[in-house]
Write a protein that binds this ligand. Structure first.
Ligand code: AMP
Ligand code: GLY
Length: 454
């Protein structure tokens, strides 16, 4: 559990900085600054095999599980400096952007870094998330079930407008590139879809929408499944359901994710087998065939359409807030799994997941996902039950050492129970302990799954 009460004492990582660090230590660096990275660092820090965990740049919460290193992770040379200075043996890349920008290739090409283990795919592999068109071509080439689609640029706009007329409403338009989770539009009428297509191609999402993928709408329930692979061996990690809309009952704008439940009742052994046979094995086969260097996470955004899984999207990282719930269900030494994965020896790792249910509730700033204020003082963290797990997503220390909000998603509270009801109750009681001005959260995380019968 997070030593929440100690957060203030570990404000600075000066203690860590002052210590003598030797090359024989096993030090892990997690790149990123959200709830996902806090949860990853927390889990990694539990390993007996790990000497120290560092998080770059981290947040007020990660300071309680390791040392925050303030660097701009988009600057790979700055990352290299800290990797060498702190004798890092294993780097875990949290977000997708450094992967899409080629951080793994940078490590492999650098004589001083090439033996440092790193979790994440190379630049080509990261295109599975970085380019929707690349991912769709990959799925088509390897026979992976997904919505049918058509790729449009300004060169073939008329064909795109025509293609829309062959589909039934609603219409799905996706910006090809990374658009901070905002690049997907679902439109009710043909007229709206045709006009949005034109707007996207004229730069609605900047360069990310210079190419647009039009997709058939898939009707079903979504689930996030996570695979850790060394490009040959793989482990299926616990799945989770994410709640993307801001409002109760799945209403309002899309967010980065307002909560999660793991496991998901409709992910039965039969469903997992279908995902494994139809999606995971062909994906790994494709990765090998394309000569992609992939030692990392594959996040499958799936739609369960009447019991059959379809890929909505690939991500090349873990999900957020799913990771916050998923990490708490892993009972094995996760750092050891990552270490073996990075060496292509994932088959030698031990993996066990708990049968508990985890429910994660995300506390967000008032106004999010639109305009919101930052700098609100957060109180009540010390009142949270020690058996709940608090992952900081958007927090920092202010000049007086107080923990304040610094993002739209602020804190994820995860509780366990023998079923969703029990975990929900605990998660909500504790989510209410934490206070800051404007705090908002969804009240219905997991409700839809409570009476779900496959
Ligand atoms: P993506 O960024 O591709 O995950 O899309 C964002 C969200 O849009 C997904 O989580 C789904 O809720 C929805 N979505 C994307 N593609 C489709 C589709 N083909 N059919 C139905 N919903 C979709
Ligand atoms: N929770 C969805 C994501 O991480 O993309």
């Amino acid at each position: 559990m997070y030593p929440v009460k100690d957060t203030k004492e570990t404000v600075n990582w000066k203690d860590v900085q002052g210590q003598h660090i030797t090359a024989v230590e096993r030090n892990v660096l997690v790149l990123g600054s959200g709830g996902r990275e806090h949860a990853l660092a927390w889990k990694i820090a539990q390993s007996d095999k790990v000497s120290k965990v560092y998080i770059a740049p981290g947040n007020a919460g990660t300071a309680s599980v390791g040392g925050n290193l303030i660097v701009n992770i988009a600057d790979f040379n700055a990352v290299k400096d800290i990797v060498l200075k702190y004798h890092i043996n294993l780097v875990v890349v949290g977000p997708e952007q450094p992967l899409v920008d080629g951080i793994v290739d940078f490590f492999k090409a650098d004589t001083e870094l090439k033996d440092v283990k790193i979790i994440g795919p190379d630049k080509q592999g990261a295109q599975l998330e970085g380019s929707k068109a690349y991912a769709k071509n990959f799925m088509e080439k390897y026979g992976i079930p997904t919505a049918k689609c058509f790729t449009v640029t300004s060169e073939n706009l008329d064909e795109g407008l025509n293609y829309l007329t062959t589909l039934e409403a609603p219409y799905v338009l996706k910006a090809d590139g990374l658009a901070a989770g905002k690049g997907v539009l679902i439109l009710k009428t043909l007229k709206e879809a045709q006009s949005e297509l034109k707007e996207m191609l004229s730069g609605k999402f900047g360069a990310a929408s210079a190419k647009v993928v039009i997709e058939q709408f898939l009707d079903g329930i979504e689930v996030s499944m996570f695979v850790l692979t060394d490009g040959s061996n793989y482990v299926i990690l616990p799945e989770a359901k994410d709640y993307k809309r801001i409002g109760d009952g799945d209403t309002g704008l899309n967010t980065g994710g307002m909560g999660a439940v793991s496991p998901v009742p409709f992910v039965t052994p039969d469903f997992v087998k279908k995902v494994e046979d139809r999606i995971i094995k062909p994906t790994i086969n494709g990765i090998k065939n394309e000569k992609i260097d992939y030692k990392g996470f594959i996040f499958l955004g799936l739609m369960n359409c009447g019991g059959d899984p379809y890929v909505i999207e690939y991500n090349v990282r873990m999900g957020d807030p799913e990771t916050e719930g998923v990490m708490t269900r892993i009972d094995s030494d996760f750092a050891d799994m990552l270490d073996k994965c990075a060496q292509g020896r994932l088959n030698e790792a031990h993996y066990k997941a708990s049968r508990d249910t985890s429910v994660t509730v995300m506390l967000v700033s008032g106004g999010y996902p639109e305009k919101y204020q930052k700098g609100m003082v957060i109180s009540g963290l010390e009142d949270v039950s020690p058996d709940c797990i608090v992952a900081h997503a958007g927090t920092k220390f202010d000049e007086d050492g107080q923990i304040v909000t610094s993002g739209g998603r602020v804190i994820a509270v995860t509780a366990h129970g023998k079923n969703i009801e029990e975990a929900r109750e605990k998660a909500y009681i504790n989510a209410k302990m934490i206070k800051f001005d404007g705090k908002n959260f969804r009240h219905d995380i997991g409700v839809d799954l409570m009476n779900y019968h496959a």
